[in-house]
Design a protein around this ligand. Structure first.
Ligand code: MN3
Length: 206
């Protein structure tokens, strides 16, 4: 049988592969989106194809309630559903010549929680650098409190009841072509393309 083509689909990148140059190179973006993210979508569709779950469930609902999934497919859906969810957000959390700062209520909340924006950046970068192996660093809202949390693999903060606001993919596939083993260089470059408008709006809508 042919591989299922739904219910989940790969969203297009909201900008060209080269749009984040020189901070993130075009070839990395192409492989990251067209191969890695596409594979999470394909494998998620395969995983949900043969389990009795409501196919109209949104990805968010699936990821929030992993325990309701049959054990036989839970890990596959957790990994690939998380991969699909995290990457769908990640593309929107970046933009060409980001390099701005949070605004509005989010800016106030960051100052109140971390002291100031540069301390927040420092702490977030530390979390991203300190994640052992593959994973993510996140700014999340957890019971109305901003927190910086790491997740391993493709685990998403949604599954622990947190709302992801900003995330950084620190899998080697996100930076190895340009930065090789120098994750710290990738993190420093990435701050230049953060889409603070998107993140600030996300916070305002919660
Ligand atoms: Mn990735």
């Amino acid at each position: 049988a042919a591989a299922p083509s739904g219910p989940f689909t790969l969203p297009p990148l909201p900008y060209a592969y080269e749009a984040l140059e020189p901070f993130i190179d075009a070839r990395t973006m192409e492989i990251h989106h067209d191969k890695h993210h596409a594979a999470y979508v394909a494998n998620l569709n395969k995983a949900v194809a043969d389990v009795k779950i409501d196919k109209t469930l949104t990805l968010e609902i699936l990821m929030k309630d992993l325990n309701s999934l049959p054990e036989s497919h839970r890990t596959a859906i957790r990994n690939n559903g998380g991969g699909h969810y995290n990457h769908s957000l990640f593309w929107q959390m970046m933009k060409p010549s980001g390099d701005g700062e949070p605004s509005g209520e989010l800016a106030k909340a960051i100052d109140a929680t971390f002291g100031n924006f540069s301390t927040f950046k420092e702490n977030f970068s530390k979390a991203a650098l300190g994640q052992f192996g593959s994973g993510w660093a996140w700014l999340v809202l957890d019971a109305k409190q901003l927190k910086i949390v790491p997740t391993a693999n493709q685990d998403t903060p949604l599954s622990t009841g947190q709302t992801p606001l900003l995330g950084l993919d620190v899998w080697e596939h996100a930076y190895y072509l340009k930065h090789q083993n120098k994750r710290a260089d990738y993190i420093a470059a990435w701050w230049n393309v953060v889409n603070w408008d998107f993140v600030s709006e996300r916070y305002a809508k919660i």
